[in-house]
Design a protein around this ligand. Structure first.
Ligand SMILES: [Zn+2]
Ligand SMILES: [Zn+2]
Length: 123
């Protein structure tokens, strides 16, 4: 792994945040000022391709990058775009699979809310 790629990977592994490429670029540049934006985007693509991180496509907003590699649901703030991990309750897919008569092989689930910080700001 190149030094640039390792740095980008470390930034993603270091926090549960689901950061955008621009946020990752800003953090990476603080460590390595010569880093080009295109290098960050290219290396994010390679990390996703190699299964080291996951890319989370967002509706009407830039994609975010996730250190958690197993499938899991997300909770998304509709105001600020903040993304949190959720744990799928045990057995939640059972009634669905029973209805389908076959196993579900994967899912892509986002739940939306207004996060506490945005709720507070609105009051
Ligand atoms: Zn929010
Ligand atoms: Zn996640």
């Amino acid at each position: 792994m190149t030094r640039q790629r390792q740095l980008i990977y470390d930034i993603i592994l270091a926090a549960p945040e689901h950061r955008t490429a621009e946020e990752i670029y800003d953090l990476a540049r603080a460590e390595m000022p010569s880093l080009a934006r295109g290098t960050v985007y290219r290396n994010l693509g390679l990390l996703v391709r190699d299964g080291q991180i996951r890319k989370l496509e967002m509706a009407d907003a830039p994609a975010r990058y996730d250190r958690e590699r197993e499938a899991h649901p997300h909770l998304v703030c509709q105001r600020c775009g903040r993304v949190e991990d959720l744990v799928l309750p045990e057995g939640l897919l059972d009634p669905l699979e029973k209805g389908l008569g076959e196993p579900v092989t994967g899912y892509d689930l986002k739940l939306y809310h207004i996060c506490p910080a945005c709720r507070k700001a609105a009051n």
